[in-house]
Design a protein around this ligand. Structure first.
Ligand code: IFM
Length: 458
């Protein structure tokens, strides 16, 4: 497995690590559909993930989010859990289909759920990072074309308007979208995610409307909740090649262009990267006058989610093909553990984007096949993973990148989309038969570090 065993049993950052700085925020993250369950309660409407996961063969073992971690009913216990782990911040998402009906009217019961949750987090001194869209589009909007339909961007801004009027003052940082790359590419390009369409041209149009929705939402968030931070969360990936030709090197560049620049260039440079259309000719989206300026509205922060590296070579035409490397450490997802990628991408973005906002690492973590044994879960591989990625963040900070916090994905094991419940990303184990939560060893180690940091005199 190639683990660094010296790092697996402890969480002890060096004295000069940014992790010791009390203003470097440490927290945990989740998302509504992955933990809440209660998909038919209190007026919640169906989402695209309810529809998609009900189709045989779309999700491993036929799992759905109908119950998930039953967080909708157990949220008080979960807030205590987060607080008990000494976390300083909690990143969650709001389920759009829970808070608005199909005519755009508020659903008071759904809104009350999030208001009470946020009030309770605030009462415990936790900072709240709230994502408006973590993939659970109301099905009635997908029925009208979903993100391929420009109108969805305007509906999203209405939803952002409602939420920021209702919840103003309870949110420290709003994020409009989580990982638009996944919504566009997996939702409309590969079809691996809801709504399951598979056409790159649709994916590019969906991305444009997602980003337009982001820009429109930024305007209403600024108006309704001026004191909060506002931004977006992008998933980034490292692309490298073990091939020796110029075409292989260009393939690695193209990989990163579609993975990173497709999202970051419109936000920070007001344009789509040309390499995207070299890779996928004929997929240029319809862009109306003024859209790019709306999309590129200044942000208070950029959320970065990082998980792995992809090795590619030229496909012999104008694209890349993935060539998995042998002998590297991989997670339960099959993803390569590659902390240097996070450091190198952060440093690269700092050079590439003059207007790069302050960064929060809004997700980083690993899945492992964890089981409770004698009441405990020894997830040594996870602690090693977290240690090495936090060290990579520290290196980026020392190189001048303005990173202000880090959220572990995830608080607890949950519905891992097309992989259902088999893949376990939590620092807290969930027994889905009983809903018992058991903090894993990594959770205990982070908890103890946070207590030490809090009590340190400096
Ligand atoms: O579980 C997901 C999350 O919803 C979005 N980012 C990646 C995680 C792990 O796949």
């Amino acid at each position: 497995m190639g683990q660094d065993s010296a790092l697996t049993t402890a969480f002890a950052p060096p004295a000069d690590s940014v992790l010791w700085r009390k203003d470097f925020l440490l927290g945990v993250a989740t998302a509504a559909y992955q933990i809440e369950g209660a998909t038919g309660e209190d007026g919640r409407l169906p989402s695209i993930w309810d529809t998609f996961s009900a189709i045989p063969g779309k999700v491993l073992h036929g799992d759905t989010g109908a119950v998930a971690c039953d967080h909708y009913h157990r949220w008080q216990q979960d807030v205590d859990l987060i607080h008990g782990l000494n976390m300083e911040a909690y990143r969650l998402s709001i389920a759009w289909p829970r808070v608005m009906d199909a005519a755009g009217n508020p659903n008071p019961k759904g809104i009350a759920f999030y208001r009470e949750l946020l009030q309770s987090l605030r009462a415990k001194g936790l900072k709240t990072f709230v994502t408006l869209y973590h993939w659970d589009l109301p099905q009635h909007l997908e029925d009208k074309g979903g993100w391929v339909n420009r109108d969805t961007a305007y509906r999203f801004a209405e939803y952002a308007d409602l939420m920021s009027r209702e919840l103003a003052g309870l949110v420290d940082a709003w994020s409009t979208l989580n990982e638009p790359w996944c919504s566009a590419m997996h939702g409309y390009g590969t079809g691996h995610h809801a709504p399951g369409k598979a056409d790159n041209k649709l994916a590019l149009q969906a991305m444009h409307h997602l980003l337009l929705g982001h820009g429109l939402a930024m305007q209403v968030l600024r108006r309704n909740d001026p004191a909060s931070l506002k931004g977006i969360v992008a998933n980034i990936g490292r692309g490298t090649t073990d091939g020796g030709t110029a075409a292989d090197r260009r393939a690695a560049e193209l990989f990163e262009i579609q993975q990173n620049n497709w999202v970051l260039d419109p936000l920070l440079k007001q344009s789509y990267p040309q390499g995207l259309f070299e890779l996928w000719p004929g997929t240029e989206p319809v862009v109306e006058e003024g859209d790019m300026a709306v999309i590129a509205a200044p942000m208070d922060y950029l959320g970065i989610n990082y998980y792995f590296r992809t090795n590619v070579r030229s496909d012999g035409a104008h694209g890349y093909t993935e060539i998995p490397l042998d002998g590297v450490e991989r997670t339960q997802m099959g993803w390569e553990v590659f902390p240097d990628g996070l450091r190198d991408l952060l440093i690269g973005f700092r050079g590439e984007y003059a207007n790069l906002p302050p960064i929060y690492i809004t997700e980083n973590g690993t899945a492992s096949d964890d089981a409770v044994q004698d009441g405990a879960v020894n997830d040594a591989q996870r602690m090693s993973f977290l240690n090495r990625h936090l060290a990579a963040v520290d290196q980026a900070v020392k190189a001048g990148v303005d990173v202000r916090g880090y959220f572990i994905w995830s608080l607890m094991d949950n519905f891992e989309w097309a992989f259902g419940y088999e893949r376990r990303f939590g620092i807290v184990h969930v027994d889905y038969a009983t809903q018992k939560r058991t903090p894993k060893r990594s959770a205990e180690l982070v908890r103890d570090f946070l207590a030490k940091r809090r009590n340190r005199q400096d």
